[in-house]
Write a protein that binds this ligand. Sequence first.
Ligand code: FES
Length: 107
Amino acid sequence: MTQTWVKVGRIGDIPQRGARCVKNGDMSIAIFRTADDRVFALEDKCPHRNGPLSQGIVHDGCVTCPLHNWVISLETGLAQGADEGQTLSIPVRLEGDEIVLGIGGLA
Ligand code: FES
């Protein structure tokens, strides 16, 4: 399936160590900005019980879910430590200061 890249805003729209949500159909996608200005995108759904990862704390390339403190890798969406599960990770890149999401083929 062809990858569709869509501009969804600027990195300056997201606070460092924060997140912002965009919708793609029924899916809510959380875009995270790390302290060193990298961006990652995950479905805004914790693999534990669907907690809103966009409201979690970003640290060390991970986000801690606000509900029960699972730690999810921003890069892979995998739960860390003893917890098991994976959140869908969405391709994202920066073009200058613009955030571009690769959302082709997603439901
Ligand atoms: S829903 Fe995220 S840790 Fe429970």
